[in-house]
Design a protein around this ligand. Structure first.
Ligand code: SAH
Length: 360
């Protein structure tokens, strides 16, 4: 044990001396090249190599020897290590990653027709402390760096290429894993820029969704700094007292202020805000709850995701039965708000929403 810890500390120190390549967006990379009198065309080659998974040899050929040596000497190319992989019966995959300082985070690949959505973590733990969420019980340890966010995607992609060849297509990215993405704004923003870059993974802007508990300082920056990326709000109750109980952040940033802030975000014609609503038995699942939810969202470019509560070890809430869930949706239908009942994927391996807890 002692030797292992020593080795790990050594690795950690060594890596922390170098800048991670995966912390840089394409513009940063061009700037680094420029500042070091190297040809800026290497930026596109490096992005292609690392994010489009082009052959290393091909890229070596295209790049000037000096630029290649510069990057090899000055940058760290390591990624979060896969610690454990759980494959669910429905083909959902949950990864437990080990970071360089030995903290752990989880990432989930959710299948749809041989393609995947990826659910990324943005923090180690979470400061929001929502009463229905397993991650909330962990508290916040630290923010993730951009490289650790981008690294989850790249490692999951590599795992698919190796273990499910032909299926390595990750078309949607949702920031619904551990953490509050708007509480780690800069790193999440930069990760989005890398995902969107046409030189890199080239993910469509409408294919990325950031989910927030309603952290207003982040929301205020959102519309200015990340135009086009989708936003989801974890709403969970239209009533102040109940929302305070579920999400302590509501005491500091109340729902009406959050909604006002969201209303100011300019949306494209076909764009809408997703409102997530966990259905908890005998707590927020009555027709009155649905009626009030419909009332506050009516007339907005809204889409509602109803998420039947997913249990986790130690949770005291329960999931309502299907009849109750459908009744809730029927009330929302009268407001003509598109509403989807989300089926839980991966709950046999605790990979569903709210079940991520890298301390278990
Ligand atoms: N902090 C962000 C993102 C993480 S949670 C946020 O609050 O939106 C991602 C989604 O999972 C949120 O809608 C969250 O409310 C939901 N969720 C958390 N715990 C859950 C549980 N036990 N069952 C079902 N959904 C849950």
């Amino acid at each position: 044990m002692g030797v292992r810890a020593e080795v790990n500390n050594h690795i950690t120190e060594r890596h922390f001396l170098k800048q991670s390549f995966y912390d840089l967006n394409h513009t940063d990379l061009e700037m680094v090249l420029h500042q070091n009198d190297l040809n800026h065309s290497a930026a596109a080659i490096l992005f292609n190599w690392h994010y489009k998974k082009k052959e290393k040899a091909q890229c070596y050929e295209k790049m000037a020897k000096g630029s290649l040596a510069f990057f090899q000497n000055n940058f760290d190319f390591s990624l979060p290590e896969i610690d454990t992989v759980h494959e669910s019966e429905d083909r959902t995959v949950k990864f437990l990653f080990r970071l360089q300082d030995n903290h752990r985070i989880e990432t989930v690949l959710i299948p749809f027709h041989n393609k995947y959505s990826i659910c990324l973590s943005s923090q180690v733990g979470c400061a929001m402390n929502c009463s229905f969420c397993s991650t909330g019980t962990q508290g916040l340890t630290r923010n993730l760096a951009t490289s650790e966010i981008v690294g989850q995607f790249l490692q999951a992609w590599r795992w698919l290429a190796k273990n499910r060849p032909g299926e390595e297509r990750i078309l949607n990215i949702v920031f619904m894993g551990q953490g509050e993405p708007l509480h780690n704004f800069d790193a999440v923003k930069k990760a989005c820029e890398i995902f969107l870059s046409k030189h890199g993974t080239s993910i469509g802007v409408q294919k990325i969704t950031v989910s927030t508990a309603g952290y207003i300082p982040g929301l205020k920056r959102w519309s200015q700094e990340t135009p086009g990326v989708n936003l989801a709000l974890s709403l969970h109750s239209p009533f102040e007292e109940k929302r305070n109980e579920l999400m302590p952040i509501n005491i500091k940033y109340p729902l009406d202020e959050v909604l006002t802030c969201i209303d100011q975000i300019p949306l494209h014609k076909k764009q809408f805000i997703t409102y997530e609503y966990i259905l908890i038995k005998d707590f927020n699942d009555s027709p009155d709850d649905a009626q009030e939810l419909g009332t506050i969202l009516a007339g907005k470019s809204a889409y509602i995701n109803l998420i039947p509560f997913n249990a986790f070890p130690g949770s005291h809430y329960q999931r309502p039965n299907m009849e109750k869930i459908e009744k809730f949706k029927e009330v929302l239908d009268t407001f003509k708000i598109p509403t989807l009942i989300r089926s839980a994927k991966g709950d046999d391996v605790l990979a569903a929403c709210g079940q991520l807890n890298s301390k278990n």
